[in-house]
Each structure stands twice: as structure tokens, then as C-alpha cells.
Design a protein around this ligand. Structure first.
Ligand SMILES: Cc1cc2nc3c(=O)[nH]c(=O)nc-3n(C[C@H](O)[C@H](O)[C@H](O)COP(=O)(O)OP(=O)(O)OC[C@H]3O[C@@H](n4cnc5c(N)ncnc54)[C@H](O)[C@@H]3O)c2cc1C
Length: 427
């Protein structure tokens, strides 16, 4: 329950970035009584939060930097349409990030980072429920779990995955082919087994979560400004935000500008090793087959996910390191269709032409090399707060991030320990 503090109304706070993270921060701060202005250069939820897989992936508690990747990297990187790809021209720029990523493969770092992710994910869905209820948008969250399916992996490998999740405290069941097909009859017979994550959720319209929560914030008095913040400076009278047209002054600022955050932090004297892990999605029109999928289904070997959406089926995934400026390579979105044809029986009725006409999208996941976001006060600036770098889990961790930012700004005890998320780990 949010407590309204009338004293807060005297304070103007700007939130830079109207993605799922910034929207949650703006909503929480406005509910706490602050006068909030949400600022975005593109529009509400028009960055990475627009067409993601809609998976409240609370089971994903393992950092992305896993040692096995080291051996797979050369093969993965040589295939421009593989699940992970690195643009050759971007390689020199990405090298320092990869250096830190490899450093985070150390067992001691992985276990510390995993423990921190777990604290964020543990109750992540329950932080959304009251917000969606207040926004009269509860239908945007479905709790039917999710599946991770295996086609070719050995029994030993599947068992190892299962034990790993179980030992991490995740609610998971190991299903054989028959049990998997009972849950999702439209999956192909190629599927050998699956892991069923029973406490996971999904949204049939993640973009609507952004717009509905933003609408709720606006109904409480939050303002919206479409502008690009070019520079942030700090002086005694507050924090100045420079846009092309004007300079805006606020008492406090929250930077929630996702993959674009490095440029805003540099002039303030901070290093932020953030990379855009570009991911793709392809929306297929509704299938004639009424009974499509009931929950998100991810493929362990093909590294992509299929989520039933309000408008049809969304295929999503892949990682491409190519920075913020390079054009999207929509062949990567087409590739998702080829993968889905192998794991779904309903797809043959959609021919390649239909898939070509499907809605394709690329988003920049804001990723730090340790797979942890930055949530906290800027170490050298008492009026600047950071909520960024949520990599593959921004939708999942949005509501808890908003809550934590509210607690930090009002100097209340935080629901979880935020020390692991402090920017000082890179500075
Ligand atoms: C294919 C794909 C599938 C995914 N699936 C899932 C999933 O199933 N579950 C999950 O939890 N996560 C998923 N994610 C990750 C999730 O989408 C991101 O973590 C999340 O969207 C990040 O939110 P954000 O608010 O930090 O960034 P964004 O949504 O990118 O928002 C940042 C905003 O800041 C604005 N901005 C930047 N710089 C400035 C500036 N200088 N001035 C003004 N505005 C600025 C941008 O315009 C943008 O709107 C997926 C991502 C991809 C790409």
C-alpha cells in the first residue's frame, strides 16, 4: 500500500525514460505525492518495452555470463543468423564489455549475482498486481506458468537444468513428452521433455501494460513531456535537464533511459558499461486453430520464446551485439519463424508469406556485464537516482524497481537490500 505524503508535493521530480522501468518509477513517485514529469524522446513504451515477449520470467535467476558460453562463442558469433551474433564492425567497441562479461563468469561472481537477481525476482509479480488492479488492467497479467522445452538434449542435460532450477528455489516440474503435450497440445512431437515453471506469468500485451500504468500515473497528476534530454547538470538549486528547446529544473531526477543511459551519465562523471543486447520479435496473425498456446514456451536449444498475445502469437528472442545506431537486421526476426516451425504443429498453416507480413520489431535490451540492473542513488549526486540496465528482465522487474526507487527517494527502508545494484560497483 502506497502512503501519500503531502510534503512530497513540494518536490518536482523528473523521470527520464518512459519505458516499463521509468513508467513504474513515475507511477510510484506520483502515488507518493511528488509532482512527477515523465520525459521521453520517443513516446510511452516506444523503446525496448514495446514488443517484448511479455514473460514475467521470475525463474530466470542465473546471470547471462555462464562459462559454457566461452566454448560456444566462436561458433555462435560466426553465424549472423544464430541465436547470438556480434557485428564485426562493432567488435572493437564491444570488447571492454565482453572483458567484464567474461570476468563475471567466475563461480564466486555468478553465485553472488544470482543471489541478487533472486531477491528482485522473488516477489516481482506481486508488486504488479495492485498496480494493475488500480489501473483496471488485471487482465493484462495471466498466471499459467511457462515451459522450457527440449528437443535434442540428453536426459542427463535436461536433468541438470532441472536440478539447477530446483536448487535455486524455483518452483519447477520436469515433464515428459506426453505430460508436455497435455499442457500444450499444439507443440510438435519433436519435444522430448520440458521444465514447467509453475509460478511464472505472462502478459498478452506488454505494450498495453506500459500505456495503462502510464495512464494511471497521469490520472494522479503526473505530466508527460516528449523531448530528448541532451544533458544533465547539477547545482544547488536542483538538477537541470537540457533539451533542444529549453532547460528544465527539477529537485530530483530519476534516470531510466535504458540502453541509452551511458551518454547521460558520462558528463556527470560516471562510467556505465552498458551494451544494447538487441533482440527481435515477430508477431504472427491469429491462428485458425483456436487452441494455440496457453502460456509462454521457450526452446532451450533454439534460444527463443513463443508467447500467446492478444493479437496472435509472438515469437521473440536472439541476442545481437551491434550497438544503438546500426540498422536492424530483420532476417533475424524471419529466423524466429523457421525455429517456431520446428516446435509447433499449428504453424504449417501459416505459409512463409504470412510470416513475412508479420509485424517485425527490434528492441535494445539495456545490459550490464553482471546481469544486474543499477537501482539506487548516483554515488556523487544526492538528487539523482538511477533505474536502468534490466537486460532480459525489465518487464519482470519493473514494478519492484519502481517501489524501491520510491523507498530510496523518501529515505525509507527498502523491501530488499539494494547494495548489489549500486552504480559504485563500476566506479
Ligand atoms: C526481443 C525481446 C524480448 C524480451 N522479452 C522480455 C520478457 O519476456 N520479459 C522481460 O521481463 N523482459 C523482456 N525483455 C527485456 C525488456 O523488454 C527490457 O528489459 C525493458 O524493456 C527495459 O525497459 P527500460 O524502461 O529500462 O528501457 P526502454 O523500454 O528502452 O525505455 C527507455 C526509454 O528511455 C528513452 N530515452 C533514452 N534516452 C533518452 C533521452 N536522452 N531523453 C529522453 N528519453 C530518452 C527511450 O526513448 C526509451 O523509451 C525483452 C527484450 C527484447 C528485446
Amino acid at each position: 500500500m502506497t502512503t501519500l505524503n503531502i510534503g512530497n508535493a513540494e518536490k518536482n521530480i523528473a523521470v527520464i525514460g518512459a519505458g516499463i522501468i521509468g513508467i513504474n518509477c513515475a507511477l510510484e513517485l506520483q502515488s507518493l505525492g511528488f509532482q512527477v514529469t515523465l520525459i521521453d524522446k520517443l513516446g510511452i513504451g516506444e523503446g525496448c518495452s514495446k514488443a517484448n515477449a511479455g514473460h514475467f520470467a521470475t525463474e530466470q535467476v542465473f546471470p547471462l555470463a555462464e562459462p559454457n558460453l566461452l566454448w560456444q562463442f566462436p561458433k555462435l558469433l560466426l553465424d549472423p543468423l544464430g541465436p547470438v551474433s556480434l557485428s564485426a564492425s562493432y567488435l572493437p567497441k564491444a570488447l571492454p564489455w565482453f572483458g567484464q562479461f567474461i570476468w563475471n563468469m567466475l563461480a564466486s561472481k555468478r553465485s553472488k549475482n544470482s543471489a541478487a537477481i533472486k531477491t528482485l525476482n522473488k516477489n516481482a509479480i506481486s508488486y504488479y498486481q495492485p498496480l494493475l488492479k488500480e489501473a483496471k488492467a488485471e487482465a493484462l497479467l495471466t498466471l499459467k506458468g511457462s515451459l522450457l522445452v527440449f528437443e535434442k538434449s540428453s536426459d542427463k542435460t535436461i536433468k541438470r537444468y532441472f536440478e539447477q532450477y530446483k536448487n535455486a528455489g524455483i518452483s519447477v516440474l520436469l515433464l515428459d513428452r506426453q505430460q508436455t503435450l497435455l499442457l500444450e497440445p499444439n507443440l510438435s512431437k519433436n519435444i522430448q521433455a520440458s521444465l514447467y515453471f509453475t509460478e511464472v506469468g505472462h502478459s498478452a500485451d506488454p505494450s498495453a501494460i506500459c500505456t495503462q500504468l502510464a495512464k494511471l500515473a497521469f490520472s494522479k497528476g503526473c505530466e508527460y513531456k516528449q523531448a530528448e534530454v541532451l544533458n544533465i547538470s547539477h547545482n544547488r538549486s536542483g538538477v537541470n535537464l537540457t533539451t533542444k528547446e529549453e532547460t528544465l529544473i527539477f529537485d530530483q531526477v530519476v534516470i531510466a533511459s535504458g540502453a541509452w543511459s551511458k551518454a547521460l551519465l558520462k558528463p556527470l562523471g560516471y562510467t556505465l558499461p552498458i551494451e544494447a543486447e538487441r533482440g527481435y520479435s515477430l508477431d504472427l496473425p491469429p491462428s485458425k486453430n483456436k487452441d494455440k498456446l496457453s502460456r509462454p514456451v521457450a526452446s532451450a536449444e533454439r534460444k527463443f520464446i513463443m508467447t500467446p498475445m492478444a493479437h496472435g502469437l509472438r515469437l521473440a528472442g536472439t541476442v545481437e551485439y551491434a550497438g544503438l545506431k546500426q540498422q536492424a537486421n530483420m532476417k533475424r526476426a524471419d529466423m524466429l519463424f523457421k525455429n517456431a516451425q520446428q516446435v509447433l504443429t499449428i504453424l504449417p498453416e501459416l505459409n512463409a508469406q504470412t510470416a513475412k507480413e508479420g509485424q517485425k520489431w527490434m528492441g535494445h535490451r539495456p545490459s550490464l556485464p553482471d546481469s544486474l540492473p543499477v537501482i539506487g542513488q548516483a554515488p556523487k549526486h544526492s538528487n539523482i537516482f538511477l533505474a536502468l540496465g534490466h537486460q532480459h528482465l525489465g518487464l519482470t522487474q519493473g514494478a519492484i524497481t519502481g517501489k524501491l526507487i520510491g523507498q530510496l527517494i523518501t529515505k525509507q527502508p527498502t523491501d530488499i537490500d539494494v547494495t548489489p545494484f549500486c552504480l559504485s560497483r563500476f566506479n
